[in-house]
Each structure stands twice: as C-alpha cells, then as structure tokens.
Design a protein around this ligand. Structure first.
Ligand SMILES: [Zn+2]
Length: 402
C-alpha cells in the first residue's frame, strides 16, 4: 500500500503521523489508519489510546462495516492547535490562521515595504502582533516568500523581487515571535498544501504550476517536495526562452528573455501596450475585459502566452515525468483565454508517451498563498524526510504528539 503522505512514519513520528492523517483526511477507523500509514494494527491501537488520553484524538460514532462489528471512527480534537501562515509580497503581507484540519479560521492583510532598511524586523513586528492575539495553542508560523530559501528550518532568503539577498528571515522571526518558524518558497508552500489536502493524497509525483505576477513551479517527487541543492528548484519562470540580448524584455532576475519576462503579468501588459491593444496606462484587468468581450488582438496576447507556457512546460514534463500538473495562481482567472494557445502547443511539444498527462486547473482564492504557508507547519507531523528539521520537531513537541 502506498502511503500518499510519503514514507511510512517510524519511531517518534508515529503519533504525530496519526494526528496528521486525521487532520488531513478527517475521521478514520483504526484499521484504515494502519493501512494508510503502513503500521501494524497493534501499534495503532497502542498509540491512539495514548493520544486519546492526552486529549488530541477522540472516539466518534460507529459506522457499519461489512460482516464484522461496527468500526469506531477516530477524529482529531481540532482545537488542540492552530497554525499561522504568512505570504510576503512586494507590497503587502497576507496572514491566515488555520485549524489542524486546514480550515481557515481568520485572515488579515498588512501593507508592507520589503525594500525598507528594517524590512525583516518590520515583518517580525507584524507577525508578533498577530501572534499576540492568539492563545497558546499556536503550533508555529509558516512563511512563504517569492524567492529561494536555503532550508525550511533555517530560512535564509534570496528574493530579487523583494530586493532580499541572504536575508535572515527565519532567525529574525524566531527571535521576534518565540514560536517555531518554517520558511519556504511560496510555490513550494502551495505544493505542501496540495500534498496534505489536495492532489497529493492520490499522487506521489506532481507539479504545482503558478501563473500570475510570476511563473513558478513546485515539484513533488516520491511524495516529498523536491527543493534542489540550494532550495532553488522549480524556478521555471527563468527558463531562457528567447536569445539573450538588449532587444529582449528584461527580467526581474537581471537577465533578459526569461519565460516570466514574456508571460508574467508585467510581460503580458508590456506586450499588450507595445501592440497598442491597451493604452499606455492600461492594466491586466483592461486587457482581460477586452479579451473576454471578443477583442481579437487582446485574445491573441493570451493565446501566445499560453503557447509559450505550453512549450516551456513540456520541457519540464520531460525532465520530471509527473503523474499530473496542477495549475494555480492569480492568472488562472483568465485561463480559458490562455488555454486556446496552451493546449495545442503543450500537447504537440510532448513525447507521445507523455502527451496525455492531465492538467488540472484549480479555482483560486486570495488566501491560498497564506494557507499554503501555514501548511508548512501542519506538514510537520509527516516530516520524516527532515525538511523542517529542528523547527518541525518543535512543532511536534508543541502538538504534544511526540
Ligand atoms: Zn529571469
């Protein structure tokens, strides 16, 4: 039996693995817990007895079972803990608080200038104020940033779009907040959420591709997020697409001709303005309106963006060989406009054996980035690969399931 949550939990990870499973899958019988986590029935009986005694897990109603006596379901006492998630952008910080089962309990947004001299300290103040309004059930804070992060547990960030270089986000926030803090690339946090609550429950190799301000990719292989040697895996927005040179559009990374420079929000607007499809002050909303009301030139801008994404993504499929691709981000609101260019270009560029790879488009909500960040904390019970290191261990200790 494949355990969709990744490797089978062993030793100290068994109790929190069971808590995590109940949090992500809802009420489950002991038999199904044993099957899902690859544990012996005796281990599950013993560990769940202890979790019930400690008030983390409760016995729920019985459900009829074929032939045997009714199976008792076990459920999580969801108010046993909450996690906070924060997504840092170029102009604001979005924050959510979520229950152990991933339900969003509250959300907030704060104006924020990442380019300020005291930007990291200021982020610490914003989060400390939010944390102070919670009670002591907070398990930890997850932070998503548009850049690369050395490790979730350390949290040193390189993010050109925020003007951050080797920014000590993890250490400063831990000192300011006094709780475990896990930091990762924002698209990786969406992949972490999908791994717990979405497509990752049925697939162990998948891509989360985001379109919007930037173009990003979270890579899940063998049930775990693939981060690369420096936490920089999945930066598909910087795939060199056209020849390098001063006649190509500049990218936020300092290079020219990157995929994102063409089909990130700013690139699409630049193209539309240059072709006079929209005026010099026209924005993405103007262009979307024109395209949805049938303006052929506006539709062509999205069509070409879709085709460019399709060719680039085919290369990523050939490299990673995922079972499925999940498409997310602010840009999916206009996906039907991208799709006319994307589908033929993507399928034609794929090897025949990969041509049928499914692309699932997920509806997008504003709080999804911050919820993804919170799932770094909620994934700690399953952290058998050690991504979260000491910080995940501290989360498990706070959960009382260790
Ligand atoms: Zn670039």
């Amino acid at each position: 039996m494949v355990n969709s949550q990744g490797p089978i939990p062993r030793g100290e990870l068994v109790p929190s693995g069971i808590v995590g499973l109940l949090g992500t899958q809802g009420p489950t019988s002991r038999t199904d817990i044993a099957r899902a986590l690859g544990l012996s029935p005796a281990t599950v009986t013993q560990v769940t007895k202890d979790l019930i005694t400690r008030g983390l897990v409760e016995e729920l109603q019985s459900v009829p079972s074929k032939g045997g006596r009714p199976a008792r379901l076990l459920g999580l006492v969801t108010d046993a803990g909450v996690a906070m998630g924060a997504k840092v952008t170029a102009d604001h910080v979005a924050i959510v608080t979520v229950e152990l089962d991933g339900t969003v309990r509250s959300s907030a947004a704060h104006d924020y200038d990442p380019g300020a001299d005291d930007a990291i300290a200021r982020l610490g103040q914003i989060l400390a104020k939010e944390v102070a309004e919670l009670d002591d059930r907070l398990l930890g804070v997850g932070v998503g940033v548009p850049g690369s992060v050395d490790s979730q547990a350390s949290g040193i960030v390189d993010a050109p779009t925020l003007s951050w270089q080797a920014a000590p986000v993890g250490p400063v926030l831990r000192a300011a907040i006094g709780t475990p803090v896990l930091v990762d690339n924002d698209v990786n946090t969406l992949a972490a959420a999908e791994r717990l609550y979405g497509i990752g429950r049925d697939h162990s190799a998948f891509l989360v591709v985001t379109i919007g301000r930037g173009i990003g990719c979270g890579i899940v292989v063998d049930g775990g997020i693939y981060r690369g040697a420096n936490g920089g895996a999945g930066e598909i927005g910087h795939i060199p697409t056209e020849h390098d040179g001063p006649d190509q559009p500049p990218c936020t990374c300092g290079s020219t001709g990157c995929l994102e420079a063409y089909i990130g929000a700013a690139g699409i607007i630049r193209t539309a303005r240059a072709r006079q499809v929209i005026g010099p002050r026209g924005d993405l909303a103007t262009l979307l309106r024109a395209a949805t009301t049938g303006d052929a030139a506006a539709r062509q801008v999205f069509d070409q963006a879709g085709a460019m994404l399709g060719r680039a993504l085919a290369g990523v499929i050939h490299t990673i060989d995922p079972e499925v691709v999940v498409l997310m981000g602010e840009g999916v609101d206009g996906w039907e406009l991208w799709q006319t260019g994307f589908e033929p270009s993507f399928r034609r560029s794929l090897l025949p054996a990969r041509r049928a790879v499914p692309v699932v488009v997920e509806p997008w909500t504003e709080d999804q980035w911050a919820r993804g960040a919170a799932s770094l904390v909620l994934a700690s019970p399953f952290d058998s690969t050690g991504n979260g290191g000491e910080q995940s261990r501290l989360v498990r200790a706070r959960l009382g399931a260790q």
